[in-house]
Design a binder for this molecule. Structure first.
Ligand code: HEM
Length: 220
């Protein structure tokens, strides 16, 4: 199944669950909000790790690079779907009335505006990274790659949002999860900084114009 269709179905399922949770007049919508937020963050983390593994040629268990590329691509798109579910649940929250503007800007929200502002900035950057990848054939490889690096601040902002926005940040399991994931990204990013700068396995024919990501046909 096309990854965008899978993401659309995932978002639709989350939206239906959010409406059902809202109608049930219980804290379920709040649990759904946090669960979708954690899954979105987790997928973002996997996508960031797989993305950095590509140019580093890091292949755990000798996994093929094309598989790592698929993991990077599909988890990135699914992170957006779960982010959509997270935001839809925020909009349906019966205790604090968030407006669409609050969700888009965060800093205007009536609850923890700094934390939500960081989340909104992360969400915009994630959307920009995915949109420019879907449209990668319109950019030179260098421009696309520079835009793709917005994924780094996106991850950092999402991490800060996780620590500052929710009710679970004091939970030792959440702190351990946040610390381990951020430590792993920090380690990979350090290796990446001192490692090779160019992807090693171009998939495009040598005479084609160098646009978009090089590991597989873009825009799927
Ligand atoms: C890439 C973007 C985002 C990611 C990965 C993300 C992830 C998360 C996570 C993991 C939590 C749970 C934290 C905890 O319970 O300790 C959370 C909480 C929350 N997020 Fe986001 N979020 C993002 C963007 C946003 C945006 C744009 C908004 C709305 C402006 C938002 C609103 C909230 C709210 C209101 C909570 C608190 C839930 C509670 O009451 O505990 N998030 N988010």
């Amino acid at each position: 199944m096309n990854s965008w269709r899978l993401a659309g179905l995932s978002f639709a399922a989350l939206a239906v669950a959010a409406v059902a949770a809202r109608l049930s007049d219980s804290p379920q919508i709040w649990h759904l909000n946090r669960a979708a937020g954690f899954v979105s963050y987790g997928l973002l983390w996997v996508s960031a790790m797989a993305g950095m593994a590509l140019p580093l040629r890091f292949r755990p268990l000798r996994t093929r690079q094309s598989v790592i590329f698929e993991l990077h691509r599909v988890t990135g798109v699914l992170a957006l779907a779960f982010l959509g579910g997270h935001l839809y649940a925020v909009l349906l929250d019966p205790w604090i009335s968030f407006t669409p503007i609050d969700v888009l800007l965060g800093f205007t929200a009536p609850y923890r505006p700094l934390a939500l502002g960081l989340g909104s900035a992360a969400a915009w950057l994630v959307a920009a990274v995915l949109a420019t990848t879907a449209l990668s054939s319109r950019f030179s490889y260098r421009t696309w790659r520079n835009l793709h690096r917005l994924a780094f601040p996106a991850y950092v902002l999402a991490f800060l949002h996780l620590l500052l926005a929710g009710t679970d940040a004091a939970n030792p399991w959440v702190l351990a999860f946040a610390g381990l994931t951020a430590g792993a990204v920090g380690g990979m990013a350090t290796l990446r900084l001192f490692g090779t700068d160019q992807p090693q396995i171009p998939r495009q024919p040598a005479n084609s114009s160098p646009t978009g990501p090089r590991y597989a046909a873009p825009g799927r």
